[in-house]
Design a protein around this ligand. Structure first.
Ligand code: NAD
Length: 457
């Protein structure tokens, strides 16, 4: 059997060796899931909800140990690991509360002996290929509504968050979800690719645009449900009437939280020239206050870079930005190892010739560009192939609404950023993906609306 080595990105140390799946085991486990799924779907919704409720109890009970595991394998600062797990609880509560309404059978006509009904039936067996940066959030955004609505789930956690993936499986199984209904598959891209070859009814993917394209090519001709939650290059505009310090403190957190490794991290900032200098000074001062260090320390804000290969991406963006005239206000270098480390990095005088302002950085690095007008800001914010989130800072609700309505993004923020709500749909424009999770629509995404035409004889 092949093995998957797990490393701590903060130290480079090997912390586990896991038995991994291969093409044959993936096929066998997919067949078992197909056999088990009808029994799971035949349970009442209340019975499935009870299992997910027990899963929630397990997360609460084991929270500290789960946070430590996530920090050790991803380098996420321990406080942020706890935040993710605590933030998961209201998501679970939302799914448990909303699912009855989201999948209730609707009678849409009842007239002259004729009835029309919409019934939401499970897709069947779905595959979930997931990312490492918020493994509990992005995993559970798919896994929980899929299970609640009666699907079996083949779950391929990221190879960089496999210990966490196995903890999710342990807690679901302990909570009463049968082992063939929720099936973790351990391994890297080969195991993900093997999963795509199985006779599944849907593929739900969270990860990079490049992998999303490969997945779309692999399954596109099969006409199964395909959702792709991909990267972003999320912009924010700070208007001339905004409080520069308030905006800077909020956006520094939005750019650097989770070491900048969030799909909705702020990745581009445009500031009106009237408050530009005050904003940059406050931004740099805020970032200088972020403690870089051991992810297990309570006061660490910037942890390790989880994927070693991302260091090359950051180096290349820094070198190109400098060569094209950007001004480096802070950072700009790797930190000495062992492990994967990068200084929090702030550039000014940037423009859209630079990859720093066009391609996802996925690290603690940001470019700040001066603009002359709202029109210029809107044009630059929309000058991207991505469209996950976009934001505006101004005290004026009317100005914000007018600006935000022009932006090509799935989520719009006024005086806030880097925020996800279970009550709202999470989706992207353009290369940020297709389909959505969260909200009632993100529950219905795991069902097929079936039409019933019923005439009484
Ligand atoms: P990735 O694309 O490298 O890997 C994602 C998953 O795909 C992993 O489980 C990996 O093993 C698997 N995989 C890789 N190649 C495959 C192949 N050929 N076939 C099948 N599976 C394959 O992404 P990552 O580094 O894990 O995650 C970071 C990316 O995810 C960023 O771009 C980030 O913006 C994005 N992301 C998006 C959201 C969102 O909600 N839109 C949320 C979190 C992360």
């Amino acid at each position: 059997m092949t093995q998957l080595a797990v490393h701590d990105p903060a130290t480079g140390e090997r912390i586990a060796e896991l038995p991994a799946d291969d093409a044959a085991s993936v096929a066998a486990r997919a067949r078992a899931a197909r056999t088990a799924q009808p029994g799971w779907a035949a349970l009442s919704l209340q019975e499935r909800k009870a299992c997910i409720g027990h899963f929630r109890d397990g997360v609460v009970r084991d929270l500290e140990a789960l946070a430590v595991t996530m920090t050790r394998e991803t380098g996420k600062p321990i406080r942020m690991s706890r935040n993710e797990l605590n933030g998961l609880l209201p998501r679970i509560d939302f799914f448990l509360k909303e699912v009855d309404r989201a999948v209730a059978t609707e009678t849409v006509l009842d007239e002259g002996g004729m009835k029309e009904r919409i019934e939401h039936v499970p897709l069947g067996v779905v595959g979930n290929i997931s990312a490492w940066n918020y493994p509990w959030f992005v995993g559970c955004n798919v896994i929980l509504p899929a299970l609640l609505t009666g699907n079996a789930v083949l779950y391929k956690p990221s190879e960089l968050a496999s210990l966490t993936g196995l903890e999710i499986a342990r807690l679901l199984h302990q909570a009463g979800v049968p082992k063939d209904v929720f099936v973790p598959l351990v391994g890297g891209r080969d195991v993900g690719a093997a999963l795509l070859e199985q006779a599944v009814d849907g593929i739900f993917f969270t990860g990079s645009h490049a992998t999303g394209q490969r997945i779309a090519q692999a399954v596109g001709s099969r006409f199964i449900r395909l959702q792709l939650e991909l990267g972003g290059k999320d912009p924010t505009y700070v208007c001339d009437d905004a409080d520069p310090r308030m905006a800077a403190e909020s956006l520094a957190d939005g750019a650097m939280y989770n070491t900048g490794q969030s799909c909705c991290s702020v990745e581009r900032i445009y500031v009106h020239e009237r408050i530009h200098d005050a904003f940059v000074a406050a931004f740099v001062e805020t970032v200088q206050g972020f403690k870089v260090g051991d992810p297990m320390s309570e006061d660490t804000y910037i942890g390790a870079i989880t994927r070693a290969a991302q260091l090359d991406v950051l180096d290349a963006q820094v070198a190109e930005a400098k060569a094209k005239g950007a001004v480096l206000h802070l950072g700009g270098h790797r930190l000495r190892g062992p492990g994967n480390w990068y200084e929090p990095t702030v550039f000014g005088n940037v423009d859209h010739r630079m990859a720093l302002m066009r391609e996802e950085s996925f690290g603690p690095i940001i470019g700040i560009q001066k603009v002359k007008s709202d029109e210029e800001a809107v044009t630059l914010m929309n000058d991207s192939r991505y469209g996950l989130t976009a934001g505006v800072y101004t005290p004026s609700a009317e100005r914000a609404r007018g600006l935000l309505a022009q932006l090509h993004a799935g989520s719009l923020y006024w005086n806030c950023c880097d925020r996800v709500s279970p009550r709202l749909p999470w989706s992207g424009y353009g290369d940020s993906g297709v389909g959505l999770t969260l909200s009632k629509y993100g529950i219905q995404a795991f069902t097929r609306p079936r039409a019933w035409h019923l005439r009484a004889a």
